[in-house]
Design a protein around this ligand. Structure first.
Ligand SMILES: Cc1cc2nc3c(=O)[nH]c(=O)nc-3n(C[C@H](O)[C@H](O)[C@H](O)COP(=O)(O)OP(=O)(O)OC[C@H]3O[C@@H](n4cnc5c(N)ncnc54)[C@H](O)[C@@H]3O)c2cc1C
Length: 412
């Protein structure tokens, strides 16, 4: 090892060496990604067995929530209000390393960091969220880099930039939102976004239009409730077109297989796959996109000793890619890891998904489902869950409370 490498290695291991556990360490769990899945897993492993060291590797300084981020586009909340620091996890004894994991060596059980050095683990949790298949929308990546088309499908700087574009758009302009074919992160998310932008236009630019170009034949989640809200609240403002796959982005326009459609603000959500680190580590098993797991432990079916959570997974039947699910995946994994490291056999658990969507400033709708182990995988429980009877202010209050509760559950 060259001296420079040795110094980098020492730097990385000394971060880890700062562990302040009151009891001697039993083992080290490394978690990659401090979003809904990873942050929750890091916290719950520490809570359920404080003798296990936990190191969280997250590239960003702060957690920024995708849930509720559509409200930022309408000006109903701010990015600051939906961001949280990692001090809550530090208080649980999690060592938070702000860095990017660039490689996993499953044989040596180490994670390599972008800023140098490696961290060794006994069990590894990978919850990197998604990265985009930019090559499927010609011209989008260049347009995104130039700021002329955005996805804003990872909450952060693009959310703020999209809000600015909507504010700058003259009244009478057209906002185009393109939705990829399923499966994608947050099935109802695009329709909530369309509703929020329409609500903003109705209040501030009533001659403007929201045009949803959906690669799917129809609204993929809470369809009846969304369509009712659109016809009752946004008649003449919001137009939905199914079977409209956007294949290219051009100057001030998007192109489908049939048409070129002009837009003043262009918001393309490209198809996506498990985050880059999952791909580099050989965790992707299916369609070059998703990571299959054992749903009783979240352990990867491709790489032993590595648990994959959240949007990166090949979803089990009827399971959406949601923050709610990622938080629950984390608890399955944390329980399994604690059991395994204590020489006990993990027991499968039942999990619940709840996704709220705002349809106006003060009203929301909900979908819920319950998933239980059937001896081989997680299956939706028939008759459990469902959607709200109607949009309501009560659901909007529940939505905000759900968000604050899950942020606290994952990070505080
Ligand atoms: C607009 C929108 C609205 C949504 N609304 C809802 C909702 O109302 N309810 C709901 O339940 N879900 C909602 N979702 C979905 C939800 O955001 C995702 O399902 C959830 O974030 C998935 O969690 P995750 O842990 O898999 O990924 P993320 O939460 O994205 O976390 C991944 C983390 O990993 C980090 N990371 C990635 N690679 C590396 C690496 N190599 N090294 C270090 N760090 C790395 C990233 O920086 C990130 O912090 C919404 C999504 C969008 C886009």
């Amino acid at each position: 090892m060259k001296r420079r490498d040795l110094l980098k290695f020492a730097a990385a291991t000394s971060v880890v060496g700062c562990a302040t556990t009151s009891t001697p360490s039993k083992a080290r769990v490394v978690v990659i990604g401090g979003g809904y899945g990873g942050a929750t897993a890091a916290k719950y492993v520490r809570m359920w067995d404080p003798s296990i060291d936990v190191v969280l590797v997250e590239r960003d300084a702060q957690f920024v929530s995708c849930p509720i981020s559509n409200l930022v586009l309408a000006g109903y909340t701010t990015l600051q209000e939906i961001s949280r620091g990692y001090d809550g996890l530090r208080r649980h004894g999690v060592q938070v390393v702000q860095d990017e994991a660039i490689a996993i060596d499953a044989a040596k059980k180490t994670v390599r960091l972008a800023r140098g050095g490696e961290i060794s683990y006994e069990r590894l949790v990978v919850s990197p969220g998604i990265d985009f298949l930019f090559e499927e929308v010609q011209g989008f990546e260049a347009a995104m880099k130039a700021g002329t088309a955005l996805h804003a499908w990872k909450a952060g700087p693009q959310t703020v930039a999209l809000r600015r574009q909507l504010e700058a758009m003259p009244d009478g302009g057209v906002y185009v939102l393109s939705v990829p074919t399923q499966p994608y992160r947050c099935p109802p998310g695009p329709y909530e976004r369309a509703s929020m932008v329409a609500a903003y236009f109705k209040q501030h630019k009533p001659r403007s239009k929201v045009l949803v170009l959906d690669a799917n034949p129809d609204v993929t989640s809470k369809g009846g409730l969304f369509k009712r809200a659109w016809s009752e609240l946004y008649q003449g403002i919001l137009e939905f077109r199914g079977n409209q796959k956007v294949v290219a982005v051009e100057r001030g326009a998007v192109r489908t297989d049939f048409d070129t459609i002009r837009g003043d603000v262009i918001n393309v959500v490209p198809p996506h796959r498990a985050g880059d680190i999952a791909q580099k580590a050989g965790l992707i098993t299916t369609n070059n996109r998703w990571c299959d797991v054992d749903w009783s432990t979240m352990e990867s079916k491709a790489v032993k000793g590595v648990h994959v959570l959240g949007d990166a997974t090949l979803s089990a039947s009827g399971m959406p890619k949601s923050g709610s699910m990622a938080n629950n995946h984390a608890k399955i994994a944390a329980a399994a890891i604690v059991e395994q490291l204590n020489g006990r056999k993990p027991e499968p658990v039942k999990i619940i998904n709840t996704c709220y969507s705002f349809v106006s400033e003060k009203e929301a709708i909900r979908v819920s489902s319950v998933h239980q182990w059937d001896g081989a995988t997680l299956q939706p429980v028939k008759g459990a869950g469902g959607v709200s009877a109607a949009r309501s202010e009560a659901e909007a209050n529940y939505a905000w409370n759900w968000a604050r509760t899950i942020w606290a559950d994952s990070l505080a």
